[in-house]
Design a protein around this ligand. Structure first.
Ligand SMILES: N[C@@H](CCC(=O)N[C@@H](CS)C(=O)NCC(=O)O)C(=O)O
Length: 218
């Protein structure tokens, strides 16, 4: 079977999650750049892959897929390599819970409400929306406290082994921690701070570090 292919941009949190899953599994893959925020939008042909116009999209032979949750689970289940989802029902449920928290409650606030407003917009000479930052900071405080409460005394967020929960939260934290408020907030959660120092040092996370790009987006 030919190598799978991932469509998207390096700056994207969700593309990075899919890349992390592929790299952690050791799956050789192709990448096709799609800049979703390009002037005029992505190429019209991309909407055939993803009718909602988001990134990433994925292809493996004649099988096409979009939505990061589906892509990462497919990558985990269709390829050899270390398992990225716990087998035990409670651990697996916890992983799914954290992934859902990341999608629903972390991404909009850590990335859009805080990183984009505090770091990305001012870098382009656009004034930050302080009201939006304040709202997102209060949501982020709830998010970090919830993650911290859910964490077991294990190396990774919900298991002794790395799971999709870690791969989802890491790219969101990476943007969040570029904001001074993010760095200040994580100090109140020693378990999370210590998790971050471990995950940030993983080769897969270093290889996909978009903070070194000239113009990180989201
Ligand atoms: N539910 C989608 C979300 C993907 C997503 O929101 N990707 C962002 C980039 S990180 C995007 O394409 N944004 C473009 C837009 O909002 O128009 C998934 O899980 O793949």
């Amino acid at each position: 079977m030919e190598q799978p292919c991932l469509f998207g941009a390096d700056y994207s949190v969700y593309v990075r999650i899919a890349r992390l899953a592929l790299i952690e599994k050791g799956v050789e893959h192709q990448r096709v750049p799609i800049d979703i925020f390009a002037e005029g939008g992505p190429p019209a042909s991309y909407l055939e892959r993803h009718p909602f116009g988001r990134i990433p999209a994925f292809e493996h032979g004649d099988f096409r897929l979009y939505e990061t949750a589906a892509i990462t689970r497919y990558v985990d289940e269709a390829f050899e390599g270390p398992r990225l989802q716990p087998v035990a029902p409670r651990q697996r449920a916890r992983m799914n819970q954290i992934v859902s928290i990341a999608d629903g409650y972390l991404y909009p606030h850590l990335v859009w409400g805080i990183y984009v407003e505090r770091v990305s917009k001012p870098a382009e000479g656009i004034a930050a929306d302080e009201e939006r930052i304040a709202t997102s900071l209060s949501k982020a405080a709830i998010g970090l406290a919830a993650l911290s409460d859910l964490m077991e005394d294990t190396q990774w967020l919900c298991s002794p082994d790395l799971t999709l929960a870690d791969l989802y939260v890491a790219p969101m934290f990476d943007y969040f921690l570029m904001a001074p408020e993010g760095r200040e907030m994580i100090e109140h959660h020693p378990k999370l701070a210590s998790w971050w120092s471990r995950i940030a040092a993983r080769p897969s996370v270093e290889m996909t570090d978009f903070s070194k790009l000239e113009e990180p987006g989201a």
